[in-house]
Ligand binder design. Structure first.
Ligand SMILES: Cc1ncc(COP(=O)(O)O)c(C=O)c1O
Length: 252
């Protein structure tokens, strides 16, 4: 009931035609409530769910036409980390929801940073989810000049999580890349590594001794372009943790 009134507030406050409402999805209660109201009074408005790509129970369930239970679920956006969506909410979503957008953890972090920089508000990951989804959707469809709403639903943040967000936000904006290289634990290999990555603009560096034979070097590079990072990867045989693309999956 309360979830439906979110939809009512949006419709009442609309100033001009609304293209879409983006809603974070956990068990599906919020989006089902909003969709139930909005589709009744303004069926032309799209209601689009947003899930983390590693907590995509609703997208999978809609795709398969039945509720799917995830084996494991990513806990970064803990407000929406569910293994299975609700029975009733699934039925409503199947009928009423226009699509689901999946976004990466890095994209969520970038949206938290954007919100802070523009409004000085701190969102929790689940709260920034819809913002990241709206951005991915607009980019994917090349939408400009449309009215859209993203539900920024929560602010359950703590300093530990904020530290992770700070670290990943630039990766989400493709301004930084996170890389790892396995180095042989033998004289000269670190020197060789330095010579190989010499041209890269390294912003953080960690050396982790993992065994007598090898060590893992984790480092960040300010990306002047993805090309530079990928080239380094091929030339130097680095293990590249790809700067994840925002994944967009729109259901039928
Ligand atoms: C921050 C936040 N956003 C959104 C939701 C919506 O989740 P659901 O789809 O389960 O209604 C929740 C649920 O607890 C939440 O904590």
């Amino acid at each position: 009931m309360g979830q439906g009134t979110v939809g009512m507030e949006i419709v009442r406050q609309m100033q001009g035609p609304l293209h879409a409402i983006f809603v974070p999805v956990g068990g599906g209660g919020l989006i089902a409530g909003i969709a139930a109201y909005v589709k009744r009074v303004s069926p032309e408005v799209k209601v689009i769910g947003v899930e983390p790509s590693d907590a995509n129970a609703m997208a999978l369930s809609l795709h398969h036409g039945e509720r799917v239970m995830l084996d494991k679920v990513g806990g970064f956006a803990d407000g929406v980390a569910v293994k299975e969506v609700g029975e009733e909410t699934f039925c409503l979503c199947r009928e009423l929801v226009d699509g689901v957008v999946l976004v990466s953890r890095d994209a969520i972090c970038a949206s938290i940073k954007d919100m802070f920089e523009e409004k000085r508000s701190i969102l929790e990951p689940a709260g920034a989810l819809a913002l990241a989804g709206a951005e991915a959707y607009c980019k994917y469809y090349g939408l400009k000049g449309k009215n859209i709403v993203a539900i920024t639903s929560g602010a359950n943040m703590n300093f530990d999580k904020l530290r992770v967000v700070t670290e990943l936000a630039n990766v989400g904006r493709k301004q930084e890349a996170v890389l790892a290289t396995i180095l042989a634990e033998k004289p000269g290999s670190f020197k060789q590594f330095c010579e190989l990555v010499g041209p890269m603009n390294i912003t953080e560096f960690k050396y982790r001794c993992s065994s007598d034979k090898a060590a893992v070097v984790l480092y960040r590079s300010r990306a002047s372009g993805k090309k530079q990072v990928c080239m380094s990867y091929m030339e130097f045989d680095l293990i590249f943790d790809p700067v994840e693309e925002i994944v967009v999956e729109i259901m039928g």
